[in-house]
Every structure is written in C-alpha cells, then in structure tokens.
Design a protein. Structure first.
Length: 271
C-alpha cells in the first residue's frame, strides 16, 4: 500500500480540529499487507505531526510485523545538523530525530549531511533513484561545459559524471569568507549544483565572482527550492533554474507567493 501525505490518497482521511490538532485515519485496510510506503515532505511540524499520526495508525491496525518505508522528499532542519553556538542545540538530531519512530525506515531525497544521517539512526538513507533521475533530467536540458559546486562538501554529495566538475574553495579571512574560484571556461555553459536554495545569497555571490573571470552562461540546479526571496533576484545572473517540487509546487496554495512558474524556472516532479 502507498500513502501520499502531500497530495492525500483516498486510503487515508485527514481531520483538522479547531485547536490546530490534525489526525490521520486509514480508510482502506488490508490485513494481508506486508509493506507500506509513505510519501511525505517534512516542511514544518504540521507535516511531522501527520507523519507521526500515520505511523501510529499503521502500528495499531497491523499488529503483526509490517515493513514501513517513509520516503521523505524534504527534511525540515536538514542544515541544522550541529550545535552552532553555546546555549543552542543540534536541531536535526536533538529535536527532530528524537520524535521520529525508530520502527520504520527513512529514505531522504538529497539530505544535506549524507554522512551523519546513517550513523545517527541506522535506518536513514538517501533516495538515490529519484536524485539520479533529477540530475539526468537537468543534464538533458542543455549541453553544459562544466559543473561548478559552491564548496567541497557539495561536490562530495554527488557522484561523478562525464561532464568536467570543479568546486569553489572558501577561505576564512579577517574580512569574512573569501571565494577562490577554480579555472573556468571563458564562454559556454556552467551549471552550478547544490542541494538547497533558501534566499539565494550564496548563489548570487558566487555568480558575481564568476562574472569577473568568465562570460559563460550560468545555470542553477538545486534539489530543494525554497526561494524565500523569490526568483527575480536570480534573473541578472542565471539563465535557467532547475529544481524539484520536494518543498513546494510553484503556485501551490499551501505557500504564499508564487502563482506561476517563471519562464526561467523548470521543476522536476518528485511528489
């Protein structure tokens, strides 16, 4: 059985109460089930609540051992995988992962810290298939001359391909972080690749530095597109943006802001 919590399937009913509580009821039950797949996007704690309710409803009905696989397309707090300052916490491991049951397996699309996740929970792993499909879809859009990663960590997250790929080196100085670019083509097409884009400051700063040494067209590939400051800020720098709908469908009524997909943005469906 497959359950979709982003675009609810007809085998569940989601109830919402005046105090904000949500609940999930399984409406199509089959005692012969041995495997259940849950598709979700954990964008906030309302999404986490729906997942927890779904897992508990499954546990209560299927009293025998059943394999539950949770496919997480977006993981809330994925970048908060360490304690950033004294008096704070490690949000991902100290908060979020403490409420997720250990009785199911979790498969996360392009997690920010792919090294720490399996060590922390054993069951957590990357949804390699969909990520590979997204990358191939992007590479079929244009004939890119080189792939540029914003840092060494981003380069490590992705498998090598036939396209030349290089990464930026970042150096901490008294004036802040200095970006050291690798050798880049003077013309052609450069694809910048990373896992997530929030406001976009990192990619705009990178594009400004690239413009100083190259006239190549810039393209941006990010698996998780939050785009909290919209798309207009990218137009002077990037010819095209490629992303998935792991966090949102552009124009989704769940979010304020994007009514239509801009012409310079293409979305790959994973949900």
């Amino acid at each position: 059985m497959k359950i979709n919590l982003v675009h609810p399937t007809d085998n569940i009913r989601i109830d919402k109460f005046p105090d904000g509580q949500q609940n999930v009821t399984l409406t199509k039950l089959d005692s012969r089930e041995h495997t259940i797949e849950i598709l979700c996007s954990l964008r906030n704690f309302r999404d986490v609540e729906l997942l927890l309710c779904t897992i508990e409803s499954i546990r209560r009905f299927y009293t025998y051992s059943i394999d539950v696989r949770v496919n997480i397309m977006y993981l809330l707090g994925g970048r908060s995988d360490r304690q950033f300052e004294i008096g704070g916490n490690n949000y991902l491991f100290d908060v979020l992962f403490k409420v997720l049951p250990r009785t199911v397996s979790y498969h996360i699309l392009d997690p920010h810290n792919f090294v720490a996740l399996p060590k922390n929970r054993g069951a957590v792993m990357e949804s390699v298939g969909l990520l590979y499909e997204f990358r191939e879809w992007v590479r079929n859009q244009e004939a890119f001359d080189v792939i540029l990663y914003p840092d060494a960590g981003a380069r490590m997250r992705y498998t090598a391909c036939s396209i030349p790929h290089v990464n930026v080196e970042k150096e901490r100085t008294a004036d802040g972080i200095k970006i050291n670019l690798p050798e880049l083509p003077k013309t052609g097409k450069i694809l910048v690749v990373d896992d997530i884009c929030d406001g976009g400051a990192t990619f705009i700063k990178l594009a400004e530095e690239v413009r100083k040494v190259s006239d190549a067209d810039l393209y941006l590939q990010v698996t998780h597109g939050i785009f909290s400051k919209g798309f207009d800020i990218f137009k002077p720098y990037y010819k095209q943006i490629f992303t998935t709908n792991s966090y949102q469908d552009i124009g989704d009524s769940y979010f304020d802001g994007f009514k239509n997909i801009p012409t310079n943005v293409k979305q790959f469906k994973v949900i």
